[in-house]
Design a protein around this ligand. Structure first.
Ligand SMILES: C[S@@+](CC[C@H](N)C(=O)[O-])C[C@H]1O[C@@H](n2cnc3c(N)ncnc32)[C@H](O)[C@@H]1O
Length: 249
């Protein structure tokens, strides 16, 4: 079972979304004209592939987790997005295909740094771009709950120092043909419920159902208790930042 297998159900519903404006802004910055071939590496439930699909000619979504591919297929159908799906790891991606855009959302740190850059060098066209994307909650006056929530999650994590996430994208690509050429960032404020934030915690690989095990109810209760004092009319405000670092040759 992959590290993400037990998160599938929660990931789809509760992970921080990429705002619509993020896709529009990225498409404009890249000058997409609808002729491009895009590959989304580590698609998970497909938020990037679905969001970028209207801006390109073909959109392929790749993930080694069968459960993720299943929910991505269902989400694409609901969104009427035309995607192709591949089950597998980027490190094993076959030769012979070329992509103008490769997106890697919240997944770069899971890829093998020895072999994945070589594969990207082979499949990204000479003028192609790689977008390393993320979306997450950021501190803001409107979200005084965030620090306390993160502390609880950290105390339950099997990777509390976030060793897996430390490497900057530019460092990851060091020694490859790719270098950072641009970046974009889009913010959006929205409302979240306590249930959303319990589900989000369970969507993360370091506090997944597989990690918290039979203490899931206790974990959820601790999150609820922590967030309760911050509730306003039963909900919380949250500022989301979606960002992409753009790499090219
Ligand atoms: C945190 S999810 C990101 C999902 C989505 N891209 C997003 O931005 O929300 C990371 C995904 O990367 C996938 N993954 C892990 N190792 C991979 C690899 N070697 N090649 C391709 N995908 C991989 C996992 O199965 C998981 O679905």
């Amino acid at each position: 079972m992959g590290r993400f297998a037990s998160t599938v159900e929660f990931y789809t519903r509760y992970r921080e979304p990429y705002p619509q404006e993020f896709f529009r802004a990225a498409a404009e910055r890249l000058g997409l004209d609808g002729d491009e071939a895009l590959l989304d590496v580590g698609c998970g439930p497909g938020p990037l592939a679905i969001g970028f699909a209207p801006f390109v000619a073909t959109c392929t979504a790749l993930d080694p987790e069968p459960g993720m591919i299943d929910v991505a297929k269902a989400a694409a159908e609901r969104a009427r997005a035309h995607l192709s799906f591949r089950l597998g790891r980027i490190e094993d991606f076959p030769g012979g295909e070329s992509f103008d855009v490769v997106t890697i959302g919240r997944a770069l740190h899971w890829l093998d740094r020895q072999s994945a850059p070589e594969v990207l060098e082979r499949i990204v066209s000479s003028v192609g771009r790689i977008l390393v994307c993320r979306s997450g909650s950021v501190e803001a006056p409107a979200s005084p709950w965030l620090k306390s929530y993160q502390e609880v999650c950290r105390s339950w994590s099997d990777d509390p120092d976030r060793k897996h996430y430390r490497l900057e994208a530019a460092e990851w690509f060091a020694g490859s043909q790719f270098h950072k050429i641009d970046s974009i960032s889009v913010t959006e404020t929205h409302r979240v419920s306590v249930q959303d934030l319990v589900g989000r915690a369970l969507s993360k690989s370091n506090t997944s159902p597989a990690v918290v095990g039979d203490r899931q109810a206790e974990f959820a209760a601790e999150i609820r208790k922590t967030l309760e004092p911050f509730l306003q009319n039963g909900v919380l405000q949250e500022k989301i930042e979606a960002a992409a670092v753009i790499f090219g040759r």
